[in-house]
Structure formats: structure tokens, C-alpha cells
Design a protein around this ligand. Structure first.
Ligand SMILES: [Zn+2]
Ligand SMILES: [Zn+2]
Length: 348
């Protein structure tokens, strides 16, 4: 089959690799119809996250059709259209049962293989899905394939980022970073009752989305976000949702948050230490909530909201390309060229 494979720093290839096969009775094979490039794929692409085996099929955002199931798979049938979160989960361990599916004891991340172990990703014609009955969710006719694709990561991750920020009407919230996850965080915050959300970025095209979604945009290349927020809310924000995943943004979040406030982080931050000290955290009575979104849990929970059509999630998709053009898609997304926010790849 064809796939977009990892080959070291800034090198993704569109090439043939072995077709996946069922390896366990709980596996399913999915023929990918649509996949996407995620901001966290860029950590691998740029070598910020190291150790991924070369020739691994990249990507963890995909939807497709079931083409084969293991003998233990009863609830999915060949021909079912399915969506998937970015990691697998069993549905039976204490983490899965408590809703923290991202910490399932059997969890594996799509598109990450190290020393020959792990899973190929969804930027490929086919993908093997372990623990398929729980990992996959059939796509109902009430949502589109593109909505289903965004439900695999960015919609739940944004909602979760806002969820961690303990949203209440009348309080002041800031979202740092208006990439796909930051934009979904804005919508998640409003859905959870926020009334005042500031959104910080340096790219005008992303701030236009933030404003369209109801946030107050702050272009950090023009104005100092700290001055803008503190001029109106002298104590700072009640919570800051950091949706970039680096220490520069995290330091800004720390500077923006009021004493007793919350910083919520959902991006993969590859720095080795936090930008602020334990004493800094103490001096603000800071609550730091950080971690991988339990996408499988929120995917199911948020399905009715997505189906309701209340929010125009798919408007953030800036580019629709063929899988074979994915190498160009990576370069464009990585360099934020052509107002790129989210790249979708079709597998025809
Ligand atoms: Zn993703
Ligand atoms: Zn589990």
C-alpha cells in the first residue's frame, strides 16, 4: 500500500510499504478514506520528538471503512464507516471506565513505532486498529466524514482543553494559539458556558477564525497580549488555555493567569523543563492541568453536539489534497504557507 512515511528530520515520503494484516483477534483493518496532518505530527517531522522508526506510516487522524475484522470483533462489520481517536483503548481497564481513555493501560498511539514496536499511522491507504471494538466508533449518518475526522482529535482536544479550565460564565479566559486545536478550544469554551474569551496568535488568518468563533482576537505581533488583557482585567485571566505546546506560550500563559487561576495545556510540549519555577507556581497558587486528551471518551460525548450543526467546525479545513500530495501538505503546514490551518488528505 501507499503511505506517507517518516524518514528523519523534515523528511516524509509517499512510498509503498507492506500492507497491514490482522495480528490479533481484536484487530480490524480499515481502508482509509480521509486523513489529516496534525500539529503534533510536526513534532516528529521536525525531530522535536525523537525515536520514531524510519519508514513508519505517519498520522493519527483518519476515518475509513472496515475491510476485515478479527474473530473477536462482533460489534463492527466489514463495510462499516468508522472514526478513530488518535490512540487505541480497551474500554475495560480502570482508566477507560473512568473516562481517561488516553491513559488506557493498553493504549497505543497511531503513527508511532520505536524499535520495531508500535503502530503505523493513518496517513496511509490502510491501517490496522487494535482493540477495534472499543477504539473505533461507527460514523452515524448525522455527521459528515470531515466532521468525523475532526472528532478523532482536534474537536475533543479543544473541548478537553476548555474542560480543564473549569469554565464559568462571567469569568475571563484566554486561549494562547489559534491553530486547529486553539480554535476548537474557543468553541469548546463557549459550549461550556464561557462569555469572555481572548484569543492570541500572530497570524491574521487564524485570528479571523477566532473572532468568527466569538473570541476577542489579540495579534501578538502588533500588541502585547499581557498589556491588552491586564488593561481590562487587572488581576489577569481566570484561566489560560495553552494550545501551542511550547515554553514561550506557556510562559505567556503564566504571565496572563491571575493568582489562584488555572493553566490548561493539551499540546505536546517537548521542552525538558517548565519555563517557570516551583516558586513562581507557589507565588500564584497556580493550578496546572496538563495531558493527552481522552479523545475516545469525548468523541462519543461530543457526537450529538457536532451532529446538531451548531458550530462550523469544518470551516478550519484550509486545504484538501490527495494522499499522494501529502509531502507538499507537510511542507505547507509546517511553514504555515498559503494561510494553512488544517490539511486533509483524500485516499482515493
Ligand atoms: Zn492530531
Ligand atoms: Zn483501557
Amino acid at each position: 500500500m501507499k503511505a506517507l512515511t517518516f524518514h528523519g528530520d523534515r523528511t516524509v515520503r509517499y512510498e509503498s510499504i507492506a500492507d497491514p494484516t490482522l495480528q490479533d483477534p481484536a484487530d480490524a483493518l480499515v481502508k482509509v478514506k480521509l486523513c489529516a496532518i496534525c500539529g503534533s505530527d510536526l513534532h516528529v517531522y521536525h525531530g522535536r520528538e525523537q525515536g520514531c522508526d524510519h519508514a513508519t506510516a505517519m498520522g493519527h487522524e483518519f476515518v475509513g471503512k472496515v475491510v476485515e475484522v478479527g474473530k473477536d470483533v462482533d460489534r463492527l462489520k466489514v463495510g462499516d464507516l468508522v472514526m478513530s481517536p488518535f490512540s487505541t483503548s480497551c474500554g475495560q481497564c480502570e482508566y477507560c471506565l473512568s473516562g481517561l481513555t488516553s491513559r488506557c493501560i493498553h493504549s497505543q498511539l497511531f503513527g508511532w513505532r520505536q524499535h520495531g514496536k508500535g503502530l503505523h499511522g493513518g496517513q496511509a491507504e490502510y491501517v490496522r486498529v487494535p482493540q477495534a471494538e472499543h477504539t473505533l466508533l461507527p460514523i452515524p449518518s448525522t455527521i459528515s466524514l470531515e466532521q468525523a475526522l475532526l472528532l478523532g482529535d482536534v474537536i475533543p482536544t479543544g473541548y478537553f482543553c476548555a474542560h480543564q479550565a473549569d469554565i464559568n460564565p462571567g469569568k475571563v479566559y484566554v486561549v494562547v494559539g489559534c491553530g486547529a486545536v486553539g480554535l476548537m478550544t474557543i468553541l469548546g469554551a463557549f459550549e461550556q458556558g464561557a462569555t469572555t474569551v481572548y484569543a492570541i496568535d500572530t497570524l491574521p488568518e487564524r485570528l479571523i477564525f477566532a473572532e468568527a468563533f466569538g473570541a476577542i482576537p489579540i495579534d501578538a505581533s502588533v500588541r502585547d497580549p499581557l498589556q491588552v488583557v491586564k488593561a481590562i482585567h487587572s488581576q489577569g485571566a481566570d484561566a489560560v488555555m495553552e494550545a501551542v505546546g511550547n515554553n514561550e506560550s506557556l510562559q505567556l500563559a503564566y504571565n496572563l493567569v491571575r493568582p489562584g487561576g488555572i493553566i490548561s495545556m493539551v499540546g505536546v510540549n517537548t521542552a525538558s523543563t517548565l519555563p517557570f519555577s516551583p516558586a513562581d507556581a507557589y507565588d500564584k497558587n497556580l493550578t496546572l492541568k496538563v495531558g493527552r486528551c481522552p479523545a475516545r471518551f469525548f468523541m462519543q460525548k461530543l457526537l450529538p453536539m457536532v451532529a446538531s450543526g451548531k458550530y462550523d467546525y469544518t470551516s478550519i479545513i484550509s486545504h484538501r489534497m490527495e494522499l499522494r500530495d501529502g509531502v507538499t501538505g507537510y511542507a505547507m503546514f509546517s511553514e504555515k504557507k498559503d494561510k494553512c490551518v488544517k490539511v486533509l488528505l483524500h485516499c482515493s
